[in-house]
Design a binder for this molecule. Structure first.
Ligand code: AMP
Length: 147
């Protein structure tokens, strides 16, 4: 539950708002950078989660990070796309919330991140919470108040 400046209470639950893991584009530890670039390009996202073989959250991989890693001094070293693995270049320090975190804590993290990964208490990946989901919820709440 969150209190709005208007005094209204807003019911927000991370589980209800998140995109569930089965609908989240992701890559796994051991995948090549080439595979990650394919998934990123085809999905249309610039950053996606990296999971281990047990589906535990390990980090985030993004197109800028991959491109930066193949930039040589005089040329783009395309061969590195096949040689290097996502865990070599991913960002392992990412903001996370658990299913039982308050939606308020998710909202605070979303100020600086376009999406937040959600995991269960054992670190298994459950899904993501996006800015779009939060904005949609606020919009629906405003619309229903106007009626
Ligand atoms: P949005 O708020 O919908 O624009 O999403 C913000 C960010 O969340 C996107 O730029 C992606 O990096 C990530 N994202 C959203 N939906 C998905 C998805 N289904 N699979 C993987 N990443 C996603």
């Amino acid at each position: 539950m969150m209190n709005l400046p208007s005094g209204e209470n807003l019911e927000m639950n991370i589980q209800d708002l998140m995109i569930p893991s089965e609908r989240v584009a992701h890559v796994q530890v051991g995948n090549t950078l080439e595979h990650a670039l394919l998934v990123l390009t085809k999905s249309g996202y610039t950053a996606i989660p990296v999971l281990d073989l047990e589906y535990k959250l390990k980090g985030l991989i993004s197109t800028p990070v991959i491109l930066e890693s193949i930039l040589g001094l005089e040329r783009i070293e395309f061969e590195k796309l096949e040689q290097n693995r996502v865990e070599d270049v991913m960002n392992p320090s990412i903001p996370r919330v658990t299913l039982t975190s308050s939606a308020h804590s998710g909202l605070e993290l979303l100020v600086n991140h376009p999406f937040i990964c959600v995991e269960d208490s054992d670190g298994f990946f459950e899904g993501i919470l996006t800015r779009r989901a939060i904005l949609k919820m606020f919009q629906q709440s405003l619309n229903s108040n106007e009626k």
